[in-house]
Design a protein around this ligand. Sequence first.
Ligand SMILES: Nc1ncnc2c1ncn2[C@@H]1O[C@H](COP(=O)(O)OP(=O)(O)OP(=O)(O)O)[C@@H](O)[C@H]1O
Ligand SMILES: [Mg+2]
Length: 276
Amino acid sequence: MAPLQVVRTPGGPEPLLRVRDVTLEYRGNGGTVRATQDVGFDVFGGDRFVLLGPSGCGKSSLLKAVGGFVAPAAGSIELDGRVITAPGPDRMAVFQEFDQLPPWKTVLQNVMFPLLATRRLPRAQARERALHWIDRVGLARVKDAYPHTLSGGMKQRVAIARALAMQPRVLLMDEPFAALDALTRRTMQEELTRLWEETRFTLLFVTHSIEEALVVGNRILLLSPHPGRVRAELNSHQFDLSSGGSAEFQGAAQRIHDLLFGVDTPATAPPERIAL
Ligand SMILES: Nc1ncnc2c1ncn2[C@@H]1O[C@H](COP(=O)(O)OP(=O)(O)OP(=O)(O)O)[C@@H](O)[C@H]1O
Ligand SMILES: [Mg+2]
């Protein structure tokens, strides 16, 4: 096993997103469910930061907290030094479900909608911006189509175009490709990587797929099973879609698997900051 190394030393640039000791809880008639405990991480501008962990470890809850939909029971989340208290257009989200597009709006109307609703741009400029992003995700041909006529992959492309057209400070993605077939999923990972190469947006991406985390992310936060605690933070910038079959990639995937599920690594162990 490779030696453990510190991946980011303190004293660097200020993080764009600062998550500190965040505990998330849901209170209901049946009692309180603790989704995460004392989770902390920093996301820097241009990061492709991945939250990776088993089902139920609180990945979606963390993303919702960053989105401003769930308030932490303890800890804090800051964007650009300001505590997040509500949803805002500086954090656009893409979810797994294909029904996130209003079905009565065409592709173009869907992408224009947040630009108009937030009064970000006047109509003519919103249309121009929307057309630009629809073209960037390869959907120019179907700009006047309604969502029910599109494939799952095309719907996710619309959601990505709609989010990026808003130029958010951070793009939140919750398993956006999980409901797609394997080939389409790979294509979408390729397209997202290409868009990032061209635009260098900041991404916070949730997945439970180790392989997806390695190809999409440059940094990965591993969370322990329910309630999610930070198990380790990994640097994964050396991998891309072409590394899939390499021994180095397979070794990294195995190492993450061991960190997530290894019997010798109790969930309560202090987090490790390591390079793969
Ligand atoms: N609205 C809610 N009300 C009550 N409990 C909730 C709610 N949302 C999530 N939980 C609970 O919080 C915990 C974490 O859920 P969460 O959806 O964040 O996990 P996840 O890591 O995204 O899982 P998955 O990989 O299956 O999507 C789970 O125990 C879940 O049952
Ligand atoms: Mg989830």
